[in-house]
Design a protein around this ligand. Structure first.
Ligand code: M6R
Length: 607
């Protein structure tokens, strides 16, 4: 995680570096800092906490300079204090780092034994000292950087300044993304193209192991063996403007309300209005013959994959496995030659998902990704990308990206089913019609917001909350619990409803609300039986169902949320909205920082 940005400029860089950090705050907000070269000397300002604290510091003590680097941190090694904030610097070298240096302890001991004084608890500070040691031995900045890089184990994207070299900025990447931007007499460096969006849209994505010398004249790129190499430049499709909250109190609420529109936009890419069929871009493999589908993702994207497993198996009649990327990447899964591996990610930069993708490529899988950022690392390394068109998602809690992922995966499941002859034309038309109805149905579901807010006021008082669901609603129970935990800090767990009696039912008492996700699908009766087992033991139920379900659910629920009737196939998409709103209002009622909850970052670029 962490975001880095750098400029070799013609005019003052600090305000533009801070603007770049604002665009990168989704990568972490534990601390922020800037370093520039002022008359050849390294000068820096740092602050604990969100960017606004750094702005205050800079207002009190402005920072000149036309070459600089900046950093927003998600702490890995060392507490999120000002002292541990980047840039880390000696008198000779300043460094910003995204990633983890795995051999930092050995390096630290070696450097301390050599007389270097370490001021922080971080894994990153040693990089500045390694560069300094090389400079002390007479190396040029370029040589010092190249030699220091060879000493590092782990993952990094770096920006490095050298005292006395005002017009030079060195960048390097291994395992973490880094983008070079080309300007008019200026050059830029960023963790992603978004960071430098207002400055340049002509960008070059450095390749694994590359390092780059940036001067006002341009970029000289070296590969891992230090040879000068050419890398392609591209036009980035990034807008310069910052995304605004509009009249919404939080980005999360705005993004929840955007769902009818962005689901419609996403569907519009995969649904042909003339033929009334799902149409995918041409695939470099045949869906009819893939022996197995392996879905890998993290967090909310993983739950989208878990829903898709139900769809691929039931509708597509193809075996599908799903795993969290952090487990999958080390599991050495045996995969059949020619299988299809599907990676789901909003950011397209999640380190574990990217590593899992690379493993699957080595195992001869076809690589398909469902991503929201088309220029992301995962998208660029895929054989085929099925983008979601959710638009920028700013709130750390994923909402609209999730429902758009579901829509894309539903289209893929229909296309798979058709290719394999698993559904006839009538069944295909029924499923497709249900999907096309989702934007309008989502608008109807959003009309229940006031009622959800009222219920959330009660739920927010609980210390623990359980979520239950069956079939494709089981992943929604997991997602509901994750949403509540991450933004309201209430402990919550999701369970398959049928699992309750195998242990979790012992938790039931009136202080533990139980959210039961039960649309009137073919498993409704079974879910409702499980609900009554909870009621019989004094549990307080929030039943989230539909008009038909309410008629058959019986009495005893403490709260009911009755949504419009919905087709079973799309129920996971529509039931996502109340679980999102419930978490949102519970968080607001507890006064937490909804868009930037504690300890989290939007994009998880370290493993
Ligand atoms: O960018 P990705 O979709 O790959 O991110 C995966 C997870 O980090 C993400 O879904 C996370 O769990 C969210 N904060 C959940 O709301």
């Amino acid at each position: 995680m962490c975001g880095i940005v750098g400029i070799v400029g013609r005019e003052a860089v600090t305000p533009r570096l801070v603007d770049g950090l604002q665009r990168l705050e989704y990568r972490g907000y534990d601390s922020a800092g800037v370093a520039t070269l002022v008359d050849g000397a390294i000068a820096r300002r740092r602050a604990e906490g969100k960017l606004t604290n750094l702005r205050n510091v800079l207002q009190a003590r402005p920072l000149d300079g036309i070459t600089g680097i900046a950093h927003t941190r998600w702490a890995t090694h060392g507490a999120p204090t000002e002292n541990n904030a980047h840039p880390h610097a000696t008198a000779k070298v300043a460094v910003v780092h995204n990633g983890i240096i795995e051999n930092f302890r050995e390096l630290r001991e070696e450097l301390i034994a050599g007389g270097h004084v370490m001021e922080t608890e971080t894994d990153s500070e040693g990089i500045a000292h390694l560069g300094t040691a090389e400079r002390d031995r007479g190396a040029s900045p370029q040589q010092a950087a190249a030699r220091a890089l060879r000493r590092l184990d782990g993952a990094f994207a770096l920006g490095i300044l050298f005292a006395g070299h005002d017009g030079l900025l060195i960048g390097a990447r291994r395992g973490c993304p880094l983008v070079v931007g080309y300007g008019d007499g200026e050059m830029y460096l960023g963790s992603d193209a978004l960071a430098i969006g207002p400055l340049s849209n002509r960008v070059c994505y450095l390749m694994e192991g590359d390092w780059v010398e940036l001067t006002a004249e341009g970029a000289v790129i070296h590969d891992a063996s230090d040879a000068v190499v050419h890398r392609e430049t591209k036009l980035a499709m990034i807008t310069g403007g910052l995304i605004e909250k509009g009249n919404y109190r939080h980005f999360m609420l705005k993004e929840i309300y955007e769902q009818p529109a962005v689901i419609g936009d996403t569907l519009g890419t995969y649904y042909n209005q003339l033929s009334r069929r799902v149409v995918l871009p041409e695939l470099p493999f045949d869906l009819a013959s893939v022996p197995k589908i392996t879905i890998v993702a993290c967090g909310t994207a993983y739950y989208a994959g878990l829903v898709a497993k139900y769809w691929f198996e039931r509708v597509g009649r193809v075996g599908a496995e799903v795993d969290v990327a952090s487990e999958f990447r080390y599991r050495e899964a045996a995969l059949p030659e020619g299988g299809l591996a599907v990676f789901v990610s909003q950011s397209g930069e999640t380190a574990d998902t990217l590593a899992a993708l690379r493993y699957c490529r080595e195992q001869g899988q076809h690589i398909l990704s469902v991503v929201n950022v088309p220029e992301s690392s995962i998208a660029r390394e895929s054989d085929v990308v099925l983008p979601t068109h959710a638009g920028p998602e700013i709130g750390v809690a994923s909402t609209k990206a999730f429902t758009c992922q579901l829509v894309v995966l539903a289209c893929l499941a229909i296309a798979t089913a058709r290719a394999r002859g698993a559904i006839d034309a009538a069944a295909e038309a029924e499923l497709t019609h249900a999907l096309v109805e989702v934007p309008a149905a989502a608008t109807e579901v959003l009309k229940h917001d006031d009622r959800i807010e009222a219920i959330a006021g009660d739920i927010a008082k609980a210390r623990d909350v359980l979520y239950l669901g069956r079939g494709a609603l089981y992943p929604l129970a997991l997602e509901g619990a994750l949403k509540l935990k991450e933004i309201s800090y209430i402990h919550a767990e999701g369970y398959a409803a049928g699992e309750m009696k195998h242990g979790p039912i012992a938790l039931i008492d009136p202080a533990v609300p139980v959210v039961v996700l039960a649309p009137s699908d073919r498993l409704f009766g079974k879910t409702v039986s499980n609900m009554h087992e909870v009621i019989a033991r004094g549990g307080r139920i929030l039943l989230v169902t539909d008009v038909e379900g309410e008629r058959h659910a019986g009495d005893g629920a403490a709260w009911k949320l009755v949504l419009p009737d919905m087709h079973e196939f799309v129920a996971p998409v529509l039931q996502a909205i109340p679980v999102q709103l419930l978490a949102y209002h519970a968080a607001v009622s507890r006064g937490t920082d909804v868009d930037q909850p504690r300890n989290l970052a939007k994009s998880v670029t370290v493993e």
